[in-house]
Design a protein around this ligand. Sequence first.
Ligand code: FES
Length: 186
Amino acid sequence: MNRKINEAPEVFECTGKTASGGAGIKESLTEEKLAKISEICNTFGNDPGELINVLHEVQHAFGYIPAEVQEAVARNLHLSAAQVYGVVTFYTFFSMIPKGEHPISVCTGTACHVRGAESVLEEFRKELQLEVGETSSDGKFSLNCLRCVGACGLAPVVLVGERVYGRVSPDGVKAIIAEYREKKLH
Ligand code: FES
């Protein structure tokens, strides 16, 4: 079974309460995490107009933005939880679930799309048995899409973590996955 939004991620302590707004299980945040969120919001003057920048920093700090983190951000920026949830779910670069050890992102920007990104993505879905936005149950891989990573000359482009693969064909997908399955690369 693959990990979905409403499963309990390991890094936050689950209290078993249900989140409002369908954002998943609500979990308690440690004082340390709350302080970190406040610190980030303070850096941006607790300005609601800086929400996207705040969320980028928060995701960088925690790896993903679960419901209770969104609520803490909302409190700090004097926004509603629904407003924050709306932004997190609108942009594909924000995630509400923990990424896999090897996060795979297929660029679906225009140049990559024209050069066959969809069939590359389809091959990853088939090989990993994952839908876009899911993380494998062993936590090894997650699959996502990105919009133009600025390497259009190499289209279609796939990122695995920080590593960039260019001119990827569906036939090359198995080999990329194998590199990480066999733990040759990190
Ligand atoms: S569209 Fe994929 S790198 Fe630019």
